[in-house]
Design a protein around this ligand. Structure first.
Ligand code: IYR
Length: 227
């Protein structure tokens, strides 16, 4: 491997934290119970959230595994009110078209439980929008293109970690996908190798926030065991 010296080895020891079986079972149970409390929110407070929290959340997301460790993601953190307002306007324009002309009857029926429509006031209310971009390739310094690998898988994993980091901070989020999302690339001035992946409003839940009463699939429904 390149640049390998005794002072700068290519591989280093990894010591994982280990637990007794009983503790491991209890920790995994508690982590599940905690993760199961996370919900997608559409009702946010305008209470500010310190930038440092958002920085830590984004750093956590970037610990996700990625194809060949390319970390093919960019997280745009937006608190600027003018930019949030621009994003809301553009998102609502697309969502209006989607709800009125583009989405199938079956799709609209499936969304009834969520009571959503083309209005997205939360895009302005929330203190932060995290706009996640996937990077399909990179340019090297001499202008050569280098493909990234398993980009959707990698960015999806990072977003999962982002959502749990948000949950861990006592904040809430929505994985919002106005469609099409090209306007985000324009508004935020992102380069051609980036594609918008998710628009994630992050903040405190509104005082009177409600969520639809949903049931998660049981273990039996989601797993098959080959022991
Ligand atoms: N993007 C639209 C519609 C929408 C689609 C799905 I699939 C959802 O789970 C929720 C909403 C919107 O955000 O309203």
């Amino acid at each position: 491997m390149d640049h390998q010296t005794p002072e700068n080895p290519a591989f280093i020891p990894y010591n994982s934290e280990k637990f007794e079986v009983a503790e491991m079972i209890e920790r995994s149970r508690l982590f599940y119970k905690w993760a199961d409390k996370r919900r997608s929110l559409r009702m946010f407070s305008d209470q500010p959230v310190p930038r440092q929290v958002i920085e830590n959340i984004i750093k956590t997301a970037s610990t996700a595994p990625s194809g060949a460790h390319k970390q093919p993601w960019t997280f745009c953190a937006v608190s600027n009110p003018e930019i949030k307002s621009e994003i809301r306007k553009a998102a609502e324009k697309e969502e209006f078209e989607s709800y009125n002309h583009r989405m199938s009857d079956e799709w609209l029926e499936d969304l009834k439980a969520f009571d959503t429509d083309w209005n997205k006031p939360f895009l302005e209310t929330v203190p932060w929008l995290i706009v996640v971009f996937s990077r399909s390739f990179e340019w090297s310094e001499n202008g050569q293109k280098h493909q990234n690998y398993y980009v959707k898988e990698s960015v999806g994993l990072a977003c999962g970690m982002l959502l749990n980091a948000i949950h861990n901070s006592g904040l809430v989020a929505l994985t919002h996908t106005p469609s099409p999302m090209n306007f985000l690339q324009e508004i935020l001035g992102r380069p051609k190798n980036e594609r918008p992946f998710l628009l994630i409003p992050v903040g405190y839940a509104a005082k009177e926030a409600q969520v639809p009463k949903l049931k998660r699939k049981s273990l039996e429904e989601i797993s098959v065991w080959y022991e």
